[in-house]
Design a protein around this ligand. Sequence first.
Ligand SMILES: Nc1ncnc2c1ncn2[C@@H]1O[C@H](COP(=O)(O)OP(=O)(O)OP(=O)(O)O)[C@@H](O)[C@H]1O
Ligand SMILES: [Mg+2]
Length: 229
Amino acid sequence: MQFELSNVDKVYVSSEENKVFGAKNVNIKVLEGEFMALVGPSGSGKTTILNLIAGLILPTTGLLKHGGQDITSMSLEERTKHRLDYMGFVFQDYQLLPILTASENIEFPLQLKGFSKKEIKERVQWALVQVGLEGLGNRFPKQLSGGQQQRVSIARAIAGRPQIILADEPTANLDSKTAAEIIELFLKLNRDFKLTFIFSTHDQRLIDQVRTVLYVKDGQISESRVHNV
Ligand SMILES: Nc1ncnc2c1ncn2[C@@H]1O[C@H](COP(=O)(O)OP(=O)(O)OP(=O)(O)O)[C@@H](O)[C@H]1O
Ligand SMILES: [Mg+2]
């Protein structure tokens, strides 16, 4: 098992002292090379589940395990290092730094990881090729289309060769054709590198190609479907 959430509750306490279950008795088993979508309406708990897997928030009760490692017992520093070592992130709004070129945006997390200059250069080139942006590394984000900007953010996420990509609504800002192309790219990276993908979406049209679909409702997994794709 690559990643496991066991009996996870996440209770948020709002400013009015109201308790809200962001996640309620969530059990998810993620296999190596999994391609998984979390689907559900606004407020159902998709971001909460992704943030739990990322170790950005801790469960109120329950366990998070990556391989043999118990994430819930790690210190904040250990969780940060774990995230940098094993996970890549893709966001709805790309989160590229506007003053950096595409290549420099991809470099940024590699510098944090302490790679040599030569290795960084090679990895950036490799990542640009993987996402179909060879030759566009010197462009600034504003000189790229939304779909191309999302490709840069995917290149940034994969350049460190993580095990798991977490993506919160990665296609929400894109038209349906570009959204489908981004899911195609995810599938290619999943096939070529056995890279695990867990992403959230509102878009029912995208989920036919997804191996495992988890429907989220009121913080719970209300239904799961596995298809052979
Ligand atoms: N930091 C927080 N403090 C209090 N309540 C929160 C917090 N974060 C999320 N919630 C609540 O937890 C529930 C789940 O929220 P979450 O953001 O996980 O939903 P979501 O499925 O990602 O929604 P969306 O599709 O709008 O992004 C909601 O009721 C939300 O209001
Ligand atoms: Mg969300």
